[in-house]
Design a protein around this ligand. Structure first.
Ligand code: NAD
Ligand code: TYD
Length: 359
């Protein structure tokens, strides 16, 4: 089993990265340092990790270091590798929202493609053939395209990305594996289905719907609401990532999924019931807010993951059932209204005001 002294976590101030950093500091078997490398785009919030910084930062035990920098900035990435003797990278940093990629693909190409290339290339030079190191690349099931009514994505499903977001992620996946095959860089890669849980930026389906309910705003359902996603609690995703980092084979890819398919409209109705229970309002009041809107262009119909490789080869299992995870998520958003207000102000609000009016 691998162990690491200094892990560079890119995008550690975003949704999954925040949960990953928290996950590692709660894992007693991990005693190393985490270097959180994040540019703090609209989606990144260092306050997510304020308690971690207090306990493990400069004034704590020194095991948590935050570097505000861009993964496309080669000099900054090189400096982090040198300053902190990085022996593992877990690469979460990305532009991650499909709708934004449709409105403006360029930053997706820059961060997801060029940024990943920069990290890989710096790692290759810094590690110079070492085999006791690891670059774990985080990706999505969206690279596989869209399924019909039956079937699952496996690790051998051909790539068929359809949005600028998924195309940029597919490109970064190919680069990561090419660095393994061409230069021998120890790379592992995971393709995960839709995550939900605490700290998710409220532009994605689950938190957006919860907050719109609380604010009495329309609940925008794209198209006929029958697109299907496979939902996984973020903590289970991160446990899978950590398992792969410790035990996955270099050059191998692993699908991570919830085996938990929901049509969007059914998921929304389930969320409505939970929010109604938690707030003491009636579900009917929230259902009245459901508004069918113009479909997302190129909207993939169905995603579903076969994660048997991860389960049989590495022994990963999920910890939560869907309703428990969704209820915990609803409660988290109910008790973090100030965080939600803060992350939706500033740069994000300016962008939304400009772009969403144009849709
Ligand atoms: P997010 O948008 O919440 O967070 C992205 C983070 O990356 C932010 O902290 C942001 O500041 C940082 N970042 C963006 N551009 C950067 C740059 N150029 N340099 C440095 N930092 C930068 O994203 P997320 O939902 O946490 O997703 C994390 C990763 O997981 C992504 O690679 C995404 O493709 C993948 N993924 C997400 C899901 C999901 O459901 N959210 C599912 C599967 C895979
Ligand atoms: P999203 O959370 O954006 O994740 P992804 O596009 O990566 O799957 O969307 C999840 C599903 O919900 C997707 O089918 C699009 C749909 N959706 C809506 O119907 N309304 C919304 O307001 C949003 C954000 C998404």
């Amino acid at each position: 089993m691998r162990s690491f002294a200094n892990i560079l976590v890119t995008g550690g101030c975003g949704f999954i990265g925040t949960n990953f950093v928290r996950h590692l500091f709660s894992d007693k078997s991990f005693s190393g340092r985490i270097i959180n490398f994040d540019a703090l785009t609209y989606a990144g919030n260092p306050e997510n990790l304020a308690d971690i910084d207090a306990a493990h930062g400069k004034r704590g035990d020194g095991r948590y270091i935050f570097v505000r920098a861009d993964i496309c900035d080669r000099a900054a990435v090189e400096k982090a590798f040198t300053d902190y003797e990085i022996d593992a990278v877990v690469h979460f940093a990305a532009e991650s929202h499909v709708d934004r990629s449709i409105l403006g693909p360029e930053t997706f190409i820059r961060t997801n493609v060029m940024g990943t290339y920069t990290l890989l290339d710096v790692a290759r030079n810094a590690w110079a053939g070492r085999k006791d190191v690891l670059f774990h690349h985080i990706s999505t099931d969206e690279v596989f395209g869209s399924l019909g009514d039956s079937g699952y994505f496996t690790e051998t499903t051909p790539y068929d990305p359809r949005s600028p977001y998924s195309a940029s992620k597919a490109s970064s996946d190919h680069l990561a594996l090419a660095y393994h095959h061409t230069y021998g860089l120890p790379v592992t890669l995971s393709n995960c289905s839709n995550n939900y849980g605490p700290w998710q930026f409220p532009e994605k389906l689950v938190p957006l719907m919860i907050l719109n309910m609380l604010e009495g705003k329309p609940l925008p359902v794209y198209g006929d609401g029958k697109n299907i996603r496979d939902w996984l609690f973020v903590e289970d995703h991160n446990e899978a990532v950590w398992t792969i980092m410790k035990s996955g084979a270099a050059g191998r890819t692993y699908n991570i999924g919830g085996e938990n398919e929901w049509e969007n409209i059914d998921l929304l109705n389930c969320l409505i019931e939970l929010v109604a229970e938690e707030t003491g309002k009636t579900a009917a009041e929230y259902k009245a807010l459901i508004t069918y809107v113009k479909d997302r262009p190129g909207h993939d119909r169905r995603y579903a993951i076969d994660c048997s490789r991860l389960k049989t080869e590495l022994g990963w299992t999920r910890s939560l059932n869907f309703e428990e995870g969704l209820r915990a998520t609803v409660r988290w958003y109910l008790s973090h209204r100030e965080w939600c207000a803060r992350v939706r102000s500033g740069e994000y609000k300016t962008w939304m005001d400009k772009n969403y009016l144009e849709r």
